[in-house]
Design a binder for this molecule. Structure first.
Ligand code: SF4
Length: 154
């Protein structure tokens, strides 16, 4: 592999690179805390074939955002989870009415759409870590931007 290819890999923010231990150390929390965030559906780390978690630069940014919401703005995990669960994913993805009717994310606002059990056809067998609902809208700075843009054109 030439040096340009290596540089491209290093510059890819979505490339899973960091183990859970390294990530916990970078963020300044325990491994247990990172697992808790995952159990609450706040973050979706990648998994290797042997099921080890790997985090990307984008995941680190998401975790920094979660930490800032807790430490600077007084949110707890339930509050963050509730907020990101309110993203109108069916509009962002352009789901059909039929898909909306069968999708748990459309009917319940208690969990982020990527963790619900029954999803509409647009989302079945989709990698949520590539979806704009997860990557662009449900981060601390982008939810507001999305809602402002959306309401402007509504
Ligand atoms: S693909 Fe995943 S993250 Fe995107 S709207 Fe569907 S369930 Fe949500």
């Amino acid at each position: 592999m030439n040096s340009q290819n290596i540089q491209n890999r290093l510059n890819d923010k979505t490339r899973p690179m960091f183990t859970i231990g390294v990530t916990a150390d970078l963020i300044g929390v325990s491994v247990h805390t990172l697992r808790m965030y995952e159990n609450e559906g706040l973050i979706l780390p990648s998994r290797t074939q042997s099921q080890r978690r790997l985090y990307s630069h984008s995941d680190i940014e998401r975790l920094q955002c979660i930490r800032a919401m807790i430490e600077e703005r007084g949110f707890n995990l339930a509050g963050i989870k509730g907020m990101i669960s309110m993203a109108p994913c069916w509009e962002i993805k352009g789901c059909s009415k039929a898909d909306q009717q069968i999708c748990d994310a459309y009917h319940h606002a208690l969990e982020p759409c990527w963790v619900v059990k029954t999803k509409g056809g647009e989302c079945v067998d989709t990698d949520c870590t590539d979806c704009p609902v997860y990557t662009e809208v449900t981060t601390c700075h982008n939810m507001k931007t999305y809602l402002k843009e959306h309401w402007k054109h509504a």
